[in-house]
Design a protein around this ligand. Structure first.
Ligand SMILES: O=C(O)CCC(=O)C(=O)O
Length: 352
């Protein structure tokens, strides 16, 4: 029974990936106006009816906005992800469409391709090996409890938090992931984040503010940190520093699922090791797109445009439109690439 459910779920995801293109674009007024969700019976808004979660687990997620499942991903899989990451860092393989990031404290001149200098790879959807994480039946079976059976992969990351240089730049400020996502309803989006080794306060585990998923999307900006802050590491402006927080100390293979409005971040890495985690955001294929113009999410769009300007010479002053791809296939705008990613932001001057 368990196997059949998992196989069905996997087929659903792979089905999306194999489809020809579909797009969706819906204008929506403001971020603030859409933070609440589609109607569900009052006692369960954030989880869906199925037999995977126990009542206790459902209540916990409803109340707190996150749920840790112990020992979910196997050591073998984690070793494979780790090996692949190392090969990517050494530039032995170069998957298309992936963003590679390093810590702001690392001087450009010191940059040589190695695991020590890469803090994050994002959008690894075109890498068969890392993308396996997003199709693991043990992950998808939980994802379905939040998204329903039509599952899209919307964002992928492998995070390699380095030992801190002393400037505390390895911190990730408290934020809400919804800031990065121009689609709704938020309750049908969920993150899976798997510890690739033991994570604790010493090496910068995730910290969460339980229950904050019940609030709205808050304005984000770059924190004024003395040592600087990494690009795209937005933080919530003016959150209550005294809010109760939970440090998610986890063992290798443990996985936390969390709501995109849950306020979370991670501490600086005081250890000498590299704290690794692999993560994917999933959403229901029924989510619709929202225009971020005039909302607190607009700054994120600006960052992407600046990056496109720097990397590809895109004109200044361009704006982005959202396009949804649910497939592996050729995109007319970037014919070299074969997308598996489902959310593509396209500059307006390329939009037909
Ligand atoms: O893994 C971490 O340290 C934080 C990851 C995170 O919250 C993010 O990238 O949005």
């Amino acid at each position: 029974m368990e196997q059949t459910r998992a196989a069905l779920r996997l087929r659903t995801v792979l089905g999306h990936l194999g489809r020809t293109s579909a797009e969706a674009y819906t204008a929506h007024p403001t971020t603030w106006a859409v933070s609440s969700t589609s109607f569900r019976p009052p006692q369960f808004q954030y989880t869906l009816d199925n037999d995977i979660l126990s009542l206790e687990q459902r209540k916990f997620y409803e109340e707190n906005g996150f749920l840790v499942i112990k020992n979910l991903v196997s050591d073998d899989d984690i070793t494979r992800f780790r090996n692949r990451f190392q090969r990517i860092c050494k530039e032995e393989v170069k998957p298309l469409g992936m963003t590679i990031m390093r810590d702001i404290s690392i001087e450009k001149s010191k940059f040589i391709p190695s695991e020590e200098l890469i803090t994050k790879v994002q959008n690894f959807h075109q890498d068969e090996e890392l993308f396996r994480y997003c199709t693991l039946p043990e992950i998808l079976k939980y994802v379905e409890c939040f998204t329903g059976p039509n599952i899209m992969v919307v964002h992928t990351m492998m995070i390699n938090k380095p030992p801190d240089s002393g400037k505390k730049t390895t911190r990730h400020p408290f934020h809400q992931d919804l800031h990065y996502f121009p689609f709704r309803p938020s309750n049908r989006i969920v993150a899976a984040w798997t510890a690739m080794e033991q994570v604790n306060r010493n090496n910068g585990c995730l910290s969460v503010l339980p229950g904050t998923h019940k609030g709205c999307l808050k304005p984000h900006g770059y924190p004024q940190w003395e040592g600087g802050v990494n690009i795209m590491y937005y933080g919530i402006q003016g959150y209550d520093e005294n809010s109760p927080r939970v440090h998610l100390e986890m063992e290798k293979g443990d996985t936390v699922f969390f709501h995109p409005l849950l306020i979370h971040g991670s501490g600086w890495n005081k250890s000498q090791g590299y704290r690794k985690a692999i993560s994917c955001h999933f959403a229901s294929a029924d989510c619709h797109y929202v225009d971020v113009k005039g909302t607190s999410q607009e700054s994120f769009e600006k960052d992407i445009l600046e990056t496109l300007h720097k990397l590809y010479g895109f004109p200044e002053g361009a704006s982005l439109k959202v396009r949804l791809f649910e497939m592996t296939g050729k995109d007319p705008f970037f014919p070299r690439l074969s997308f598996r990613c489902l959310i593509i932001l396209i500059p307006d001057f390329l939009w037909k």
